[in-house]
Design a protein around this ligand. Structure first.
Ligand code: FES
Length: 238
């Protein structure tokens, strides 16, 4: 009795015709080529064995997983280069409001025409410097005024000016009179505003971060290093 036809798991020839007795034992088996009238799928229809399919699927799944892991890391590394809203120049005050060696607290209102202008406001401390050497972190051409952001470079709390510099009420971070980090958890100096004179007014035209030695750095968020190995490996810290 013809009980089964085995075209082969991978649809290769020969196929087998088997005869079984009443108890199900094989009594005859014959290998042969395609049977006329029966449809077979040739091995080349898919072009891929099960092993090849599993290998390709593993590589595909691995690639997708890798992309999902790498995308946020790449975004974090490249975000500061491409992202961020353009700084809109904003007036700091009249030139004669700022005194030698004395910080004046100024509230900046960039994007004042936008409905969310209130939450965009920023605070800066502005000091006029008698001598170029009075500001150890000043960039070339920026020595006359020090315009220092009040955002702590640990987690972003607002710092307060003190007799010796700036202190942060949140975790005790402290900075010297130029905003260089002195103690506590902040990772870099306070950010600076680039300034320029427009008539009898002082304007902030950009914001930038500083490296620990005073050089200009790409603007980053609080807690992000701008100097040393940590600046390359953030958020990992060797
Ligand atoms: S936020 Fe300023 S020390 Fe933590």
């Amino acid at each position: 009795m013809l009980r089964a036809l085995y075209p082969g798991r991978h649809r290769r020839f020969p196929v087998y015709t088997r005869n079984f007795d009443d108890e199900g034992a094989i009594v005859a088996e014959q290998a042969h080529g395609p049977i006329p009238g029966r449809e077979y799928l040739a091995p080349t229809d898919s072009g891929m064995s099960r092993g090849q399919f599993l290998t390709a699927a593993s590589i595909g799944v691995g690639g997708i997983m890798g992309a999902l892991i790498a995308a946020p890391v790449a975004g974090m590394a490249l975000g500061p280069v491409f992202g961020g809203e353009k700084f809109e120049p904003v007036v700091l005050g009249k030139l004669d409001e700022f005194k030698d060696g004395e910080f004046v607290k100024v509230v900046l209102h960039p994007h004042g025409d936008k409905p969310d202008a209130y939450v965009r406001k920023k605070v800066a401390f502005v000091r006029r410097n008698k001598d170029a050497k009075d500001d150890s972190l000043a960039l070339d051409g920026q020595e006359e005024f020090s315009v220092v952001s009040n955002v702590c470079m640990h987690l972003g709390c607002p710092v307060q000016a003190s007799n010796t510099g700036f202190v942060c009420p949140c975790h005790g971070g402290s900075y010297n009179k130029d905003g260089a980090r002195q103690a506590g958890p902040p990772v870099r100096p306070l950010d600076r505003y680039k300034w320029e004179k427009r008539g009898d007014e002082l304007w902030a035209t950009d914001i930038y971060a500083l490296k620990n030695d005073g050089g200009k750095a790409t603007h980053r968020d609080p807690g992000q290093h701008t100097s040393g190995l940590e600046s390359w490996f953030y958020p990992l810290q060797p």
